[in-house]
Design a protein around this ligand. Structure first.
Ligand SMILES: [Zn+2]
Length: 347
């Protein structure tokens, strides 16, 4: 079966490491999402590095949000995007900072649905490249980090700042409503909302959004713990992915960068620093191993009904297991490759 991982972050200096992991798991291609500076000269330089592995990397770039408060920002960004698509960029990645971090000069947060940004979304549609836009986070990030919070094994120490509880930020529903307004306003643009559109814990709402907006797609990256945590959730996830089999992409959110490879533990496992040794000579090999087990965990979850007793995702302090979905082969083929092939120009 052909496998395309539609959500990774590969820093170009680690392309070889990513290819080693892909080969070990039978992943033919990955979409790598640039990290804020994926436009202009730096994008070209990165694409050159990935070009050493023909047919393995598809690059989604960025627009320069550091200039968001400059006059005519969106028009300039749209023009830059056209040039970058000419150079080989295959999609636009927008970080959750839109809605949660980018502020206007007077201090208010930029709204996701601000009409001044429309030229960017419209241009992506014209150019025929999808927008992978991350908005909000799991509802648990807005809730107290107590015993019943499924993310309580993560939202402390190094990751305490991920919690939005009582920080005066917009609610998850406000953010997702603004995002949906953008998607409705641009029916000719394809939007891929990662992490099941921040609705992995509420799949009824996720399915309703898909039904209402034909230009909306999801990826499942980093959300299989909640999708398989109980029998009830696993049954519902199976129904959801069967119903919406044409609208969901496989993704892992694997990260290969300088801050994480030296830890020897795939960043997405979300270990706290201090729990893992840094920079020893075997770290690269261990990083490969942990990335491989992370991918296999996703594939097993989709393709088999195995119960993973000790999944490689830190989440709740109580420990948990993931019940596999055992999806039919033709559904897996769509999620693992065919849907991405339809949406993304693979060159
Ligand atoms: Zn990501």
């Amino acid at each position: 079966m052909t496998i395309l991982d539609a959500h990774t972050h590969v820093f170009p200096q680690y392309a070889d490491l990513a290819v080693e992991v892909m080969d070990r798991c039978g992943v033919e291609r990955v979409v790598t999402l640039e990290w804020h500076d994926g436009f202009g000269d730096s994008l070209r330089e990165h694409m050159k590095a990935f070009g050493r592995y023909p047919g393995r990397f598809v690059v989604f770039g960025n627009v320069d949000f550091s200039r968001i408060n400059e006059p005519a920002f969106a028009q300039t960004a749209a023009e830059q995007m056209a040039t970058d698509v000419d150079a080989g960029m295959r999609g636009l990645k927008v970080y959750k900072a839109l809605g949660l971090e980018y502020r206007e000069e007077k201090g208010d947060l930029w709204r996701v649905n601000d009409e001044r940004l429309d030229p960017i979304w419209a241009k992506a549609g014209e150019l025929g490249v999808p927008v992978l836009i991350h908005t909000a986070d799991p509802p648990a990030f807005w809730q107290p980090v107590n015993e019943s919070n499924f993310w309580n094994g993560v939202l402390h120490g190094e990751y305490a700042w991920w919690s939005y509880y009582r920080k005066g930020l917009p609610s998850i529903e406000e953010l997702l409503a603004e995002r949906n307004e953008v998607i409705r306003r641009h029916p000719d643009t394809t939007f891929i909302c990662p992490h099941v559109g921040s609705r992995a814990a509420t799949l009824d709402a996720a399915a309703e959004d898909l039904e209402e907006m034909p230009n909306l797609y999801y990826d499942i990256s980093a959300r299989i713990p909640i999708m398989g945590v109980s029998r009830r959730r696993s049954v519902r996830s199976r129904e959801f992915l069967t119903e919406c089999q044409d609208r969901v992409l496989f993704g892992t959110d694997l990260i290969y960068d300088d801050t994480n490879v030296p830890t020897g533990v795939q960043a997405q496992c979300l270990h706290q620093p201090g729990e893992i040794p840094l920079g020893d000579e075997d770290c690269r090999e261990r990083y490969v191993e942990t990335a491989v087990s992370f991918i296999r965990s996703h594939l097993d979850f989709l393709m088999t009904d195995t119960v993973q007793e000790d999944p490689p995702f830190r989440r709740t302090t109580r420990g948990y297991s993931i019940k596999g979905l055992g999806l039919p082969e033709e559904v897996c083929e769509k999620i693992l490759f065919k849907n991405a092939q339809r949406l993304i120009d693979l060159g």
